[in-house]
Design a protein around this ligand. Structure first.
Ligand SMILES: Nc1nc2c(c(=O)[nH]1)N[C@H]1C(S)=C(S)[C@@H](COP(=O)(O)OP(=O)(O)OC[C@H]3O[C@@H](n4cnc5c(=O)[nH]c(N)nc54)[C@H](O)[C@@H]3O)O[C@H]1N2
Ligand SMILES: Nc1nc2c(c(=O)[nH]1)N[C@H]1C(S)=C(S)[C@@H](COP(=O)(O)OP(=O)(O)OC[C@H]3O[C@@H](n4cnc5c(=O)[nH]c(N)nc54)[C@H](O)[C@@H]3O)O[C@H]1N2
Ligand code: SF4
Ligand SMILES: [Mo]
Length: 696
């Protein structure tokens, strides 16, 4: 029996549409969904390795309950009933003693996030956290400060752009398939690409202009670009006049930020900065200054992200082909969105969030996502109140939150840690109970509402039944809800029932997704009228350079620039990033991908290495104020002398994940937990490390 199933990849959370070929209950082939423009059959290496996850004998296969010290790796397997009863009993113990608010839930935003949010609200806790702040918290806040929209409500149309400027947005290695394809279309059509990174990445090699910037100084570069654009009146005057407030304040602010001033800070020649400003202005408004994601990460990141967005605004690159746009939902074409459980009438949660997001001391980070790294402080100090139970789903707190040692200390204060995963993650290794989820081939998921220029919905239906004793997270939570006496908020017992409930009133059914994997609400791309029809959601209805969101919270819109500290002596700034063959911390044990890219190395500048007596391929010891590790040096001219670089995601501690166990070093062990308290992001590049040859 052969069948074709249209679904969505989940080797990372981009969720590229895929086509799955199934033969006699086995997944034989996976490729990109050929019906989706921009995907056209393509997949990235991780997507292609999806079947290796599915058939991996080292993935989680049955519920397990800890049977020894935390982290000792002693487990007994359990039936689902036993595991769920155990969790429910322990959870009730915690909520009876400390109240519902003492339960927290960490997850990477996923299609079932509305289910876990509902679960938490129903037990009376405000402490739901997504990965969002760790990824782009300050991007979110910066977008809201200017437009009143979150970053998730905005997009970029690469294929029509004439010039794309990337601040460490390493698009050819930190991949989203559709974006890469669209970028290649733009380049084929003659678009220019400026790439700025202290390190020569694959994207750098494809760029028309590459700048090896001094790490952390992109903000100075941007202020100088604005200086030139405003002084030479290179901006889109009609757009700015119509939609922007605060221009004169910006003008005053950047008057002293000359290209020469920026050259001293960034290492980029002043005449080159002027040249870029003039070049992009010729291509406006089809210009994109990419506002994400992982480039420079410092305590003032919010201001960097704002500066990038402001450059787009000055180019008039808003709601225009080849620029930034606001995503349109079904409402834009009189359609109805899929329902979410969170839209039900749920109990009101009185308690404030434990991390403080949205409260008076941390007003701006989005409370819809929280700030995970600050929950760690709350657990450690028991302030503002004790948090004693933690659910971790599709997230690895020990590897994805800076300062692993501190996170481990926080774990010690918890009475219950439950981990839902597909792999033996490090967080699973330190959990009390492991609840294995079915992989994306084996489960039906909640509906994806894909807003954009054309509103659509995508579905991930089950391609094959579960191979092992695993379940879907939304079903696991439903079954726990039964045991916690909150089942009334979960009107389903199977995923198919949940999807049907979501689709009620939309005019679509599950069957409608079978032919192509998605349904569209309309045929045409929707752009609002750029001169009369923008729906800017700030209090003034204008794009606010002088931001009422910031100012009302007591923060300046344009704080004075603080020069970036230079590492002293044998210090380096630790910068990190991704590689095409791996997803963050989750694919290092994949049978194919572990072979393709088995471990990380430490990129170090040739001259600096020579001065320290470090040779290429040699083991070096790298240490920060919070941790150390031993890793092989990769000595190269392709990195700025002030920085060392490592790929994020290695240094796994879970012994049962044998292919990646103890391979390389985890950046989280080295990074100090420092937060941009205005925007919410962790300052992942604010840690200095020292590097020396390792002792034999
Ligand atoms: N293969 C793969 N693709 C992915 C992911 C994945 O895990 N694997 N994850 C997805 C996710 S969630 C995200 S957020 C995106 C991330 O996408 P990117 O933001 O493109 O990701 P990174 O690889 O983290 O790139 C960070 C780059 O910034 C550079 N950098 C460091 N400091 C500075 C600085 O001061 N200035 C500048 N200009 N650059 C600096 C680093 O050298 C590095 O090359 O990728 C997405 N795509
Ligand atoms: N130190 C440091 N921290 C970082 C970053 C960094 O560069 N350095 N990057 C930040 C960024 S940009 C992001 S987006 C976050 C990402 O942080 P995470 O979400 O923690 O990272 P991932 O590797 O995407 O996934 C984590 C877990 O999801 C599990 N998983 C995979 N598929 C499934 C599934 O189908 N079901 C379930 N239940 N689990 C599954 C994996 O096995 C893995 O354990 O990390 C952030 N934190
Ligand atoms: S980018 Fe790659 S791994 Fe991520 S969803 Fe797309 S194909 Fe899968
Ligand atoms: Mo991310």
């Amino acid at each position: 029996m052969k069948k074709t199933v249209y679904s969505m990849c989940f080797m990372c959370s981009i969720r590229c549409p895929i086509q799955v070929q199934v033969e006699n209950g086995q997944v034989k082939w996976v490729q990109g969904n050929p019906h989706v423009a921009g995907i056209d059959g393509s997949l990235c290496p991780k997507g292609a390795a999806g079947t290796a996850l599915l058939y991996d004998d080292q993935r989680l296969q049955t519920p397990m309950i800890r049977d020894g010290e935390r982290g000792a790796g002693q487990w007994r397997t359990a039936s689902w009933d036993e595991a769920l009863d155990y969790v429910a009993e322990r959870l009730k113990g915690v909520t009876d003693t400390y109240g519902g608010k003492s339960v927290a839930f960490f997850e990477r935003t996923n299609l079932s996030t509305h289910v876990s949010k509902t679960f938490l609200k129903a037990i009376g806790s405000p402490n739901h956290f997504t990965h969002d702040a760790l990824c782009k918290g300050s991007v979110n806040t910066a977008c809201r400060s200017l437009f009143g929209y979150t970053d998730a409500q905005m997009g970029m149309q690469y294929d029509k752009a004439k010039h794309i400027v990337l601040y460490g947005r390493n698009m050819f290695e930190a991949v989203a398939v559709k974006e890469v394809n669209n970028l290649m279309t733009a380049l084929d059509n003659g678009a220019k690409m400026t790439y700025i990174d202290p390190r020569v990445t694959v994207t750098a090699t494809k760029a028309s202009r590459y700048w090896m910037i001094r790490p952390g100084t992109d903000l100075a570069l941007n202020y100088a670009l604005m200086h030139v654009i405003l002084k030479e009146r290179l901006y889109d005057a009609a757009f700015v006049e119509r939609w922007v407030s605060g221009l004169s304040e910006l003008q005053d602010f950047v008057r002293s930020c000359t290209p020469e001033w920026a050259e001293a800070e960034t290492g980029i020649a002043a005449d080159q900065i002027v040249a870029l400003a003039r070049e992009v202005s010729k291509d406006k408004p089809s210009v994109i200054f990419h506002f994400g994601y992982r480039g420079a990460h410092h305590e003032n990141e919010i201001y960097l992200r704002r500066s990038i967005l402001i450059l787009n605004v000055l180019m008039g690159a808003i709601e225009t082909p080849g620029g930034l746009f606001f995503k349109k939902g079904p409402g834009a074409v009189d359609g109805t969105a899929a329902r979410k459980l969170t839209e039900q009438k749920l109990p009101k949660v009185e308690a404030a969030r434990a991390d403080g997001a949205g409260g008076k001391d941390l007003p701006l980070p989005d409370p819809a996502h929280g700030v995970p790294q600050l929950l760690i402080d709350a657990i450690l100090t028991e302030k503002p109140y004790p948090v004693k139970a933690l659910f971790i789903n599709r997230f690895d707190a020990l590897k994805s939150i800076p300062d692993t040692q501190r996170t481990k200390e926080a774990f010690k204060k918890l009475d219950l840690i439950v981990c839902i995963d597909v792999n033996f993650s490090d967080s699973a290794w330190y959990a009390d109970v492991i609840l294995p989820e079915s992989t994306y081939f084996e489960r039906t998921d909640c509906v994806q509402q894909a807003n954009g220029l054309k509103p659509q919905m995508f579905l991930r239906p089950q391609a094959i039944p579960p191979i092992h004793d695993t379940r879907e997270a939304a079903i696991i939570l439903r079954q726990l809800a039964d045991r916690m006496g909150i089942a009334q908020y979960f009107p389903y017992t199977t995923m198919e029932e949940l999807v049907a409930w979501q689709l009620e009133g939309t005019g679509f059914t599950m069957k409608d997704f079978e032919a192509k994997g998605f349904v569209a609400y309309g045929k045409n791309q929707i752009f609002w009228d750029r001169m009369n029809g923008l729906k800017i959601k700030t209090p003034s209805g204008k794009i606010e350079l002088h931001s009422s969101l910031l100012e009302n919270a007591g923060y300046p819109s344009f704080p004075p620039y603080v020069p970036v500290a230079r590492p002293q002596g044998d210090q380096f700034r630790l910068v990190v990033g991704r590689v095409a063959a791996h997803t963050h911390v989750s694919t290092q044990n994949n049978p194919y991908l572990s072979e393709l890219f088995p471990t990380n190395t430490l990129w170090i500048n040739t001259q600096r290495a020579a001065a320290l007596g470090i040779k290429d391929g040699q083991d070096v010891q790298v240490g920060s104020g919070v941790g150390t590790g031993t890793i092989k040096a990769y000595v190269t001219d392709l990195i700025h002398p002030e920085a060392v670089f490592m790929v994020h995601g290695f240094g796994h501690e879970a012994r049962r994940a044998t292919r990646c166990f103890e391979k390389g070093v985890s950046d989280s062990v080295l990074q100090e937990s420092i937060t941009d308290l205005v925007g919410g992001s962790p300052a992942l590049h604010d840690t200095f490390v020292t590097v020396k040859p390792a002792q034999a």
